[in-house]
Design a binder for this molecule. Sequence first.
Ligand code: NAD
Ligand code: ZN
Ligand code: ZN
Length: 344
Amino acid sequence: MTIKMQAAVVEQFGKPLVIQEWDIPVPGPGQILVKTEACGVCHTDLHAAHGDWPLKPKLPFIPGHEAIGRVVGIGSGVTIVKEGDRVGVPWLYSACGHCEFCLSAWETVCAEAQFGGYTRNGGFAEYLLADPDYVAHIPAGLTAKDAAPLICAGITTYKGIKVTEARPGQWIAISGIGGLGHLAVQYAKQMGLHVCAVDIDDGKLAHAKNLGADLVINAKTGDPAGVLKKETGGGAHGVLITAPSLPAFKQGVAMTRKRGTCVLVGLPPGEFPVPLFDVVANCITIRGSFVGTRGDMAEALAFAADGKVKADIELQPLSKINKIFGRLEHGDVPSRVVLEFGTN
Ligand code: NAD
Ligand code: ZN
Ligand code: ZN
C-alpha cells in the first residue's frame, strides 16, 4: 500500500478546491479504513465549500458524503465489518448511541453526531476513515457507482417522502428535480403516489416525465400552486422541497393541500416567509427532514437492489471537481455526478 493519497481539499471557503497529496489515515480503535471506489457530488458539498451554514466545518477539510468503497483496514475492537466488505460512508458519520434521540432511532438529530465530508473528512479522496457502526452496508448486486447517490440523495428523499405521510393514491409534489429530486420521483412512484414534479428547467422536467411523473410544472414560467390545485382538486397531500432556492419554499407551502404536510429538505442559506393565516387556517404542517437513519438507509438501498430505483449518473475523475462544482451551482448537472476512483 502506498502511503499517500490524492484528495480534493477545501482550504478556504468560496475558493476552488485544491488537489493535494495527503497521508493515508490509519484506523484507530473502533475505526475502519475504506478505499474509495466512487463518491457522488451532492449540492451539500457545494454549501460546505462555500461555508453557507451557521455551523461551519473546520478548515482544511475533504468534502464528500456519498463515498462507497471496500474496507481495507480495521482498527482494534471492530467486529461488525471485515476487510473486503463494500460499505458507504454517509453524511451521518457517527452519533453517540445513547441519547434520547439515538435510543428512539432518531440518531440523525443526535447532538454529538458527526457529519461525513463536513466535521469529518469525506470521500473526495482515495481513502477515508469511517465508523463501522454507521456505515451503509451495500447489497450485493449494486455497483459502487450506482450505490453512491443513494446514500445521501436516495435516503434523504425516501425519508422525506415518508415523513410527508402521503399515502398510496394521494399526490406528492416534488420541487427540484436534480440529484435528490430525480430519485424522489422514482421512490414516490414506487410508494404508490401520484407525482407532480416542479423545476425551473424544462430538461429536468422532461426527465421527470420519463421517470414516471404524472404532472410537471415549470416554476419559472408557470404557476405551480394554481396549476396543482386545479389538477388535483386542492393541492398535494405531501410536498417535498429539494430545490436549493428560497422562492421554492414559499411556493411549496402554497402547493400544500389543506391538512397536508410540506417537508423542507433543500438547504439554501437564509429564511423564507410563511403565510401564517394560510398555514393556520388550512391546518398545514411544515416539517424539516435531515437525511435518514440507518434503518432508512437499509430500506432505501433495498429499493435499488430490487431494481425499482436507479440513479442517473455521470462519471467524472476527482481532478474535475471544480468544473463539476461550477456546473452544479448553475443547475447544469442533469442528475448526479459520481467521482470514479481507480480500480486497483
Ligand atoms: P442539485 O443541484 O442536483 O438539484 C437542485 C435542483 O433544483 C435543480 O434541478 C434545479 O434546477 C432545481 N431548482 C433550482 N431552483 C429552483 C426553484 N426555484 N424551483 C424549483 N426547482 C429549482 O442539488 P441536490 O444535490 O439535489 O441538493 C438539493 C438541496 O438539498 C441542497 O440545498 C442540498 O444541500 C440539500 N440536501 C439536504 C439534505 C437533507 O438531509 N435535508 C440532504 C442532501 C441534500
Ligand atoms: Zn448530500
Ligand atoms: Zn445521540
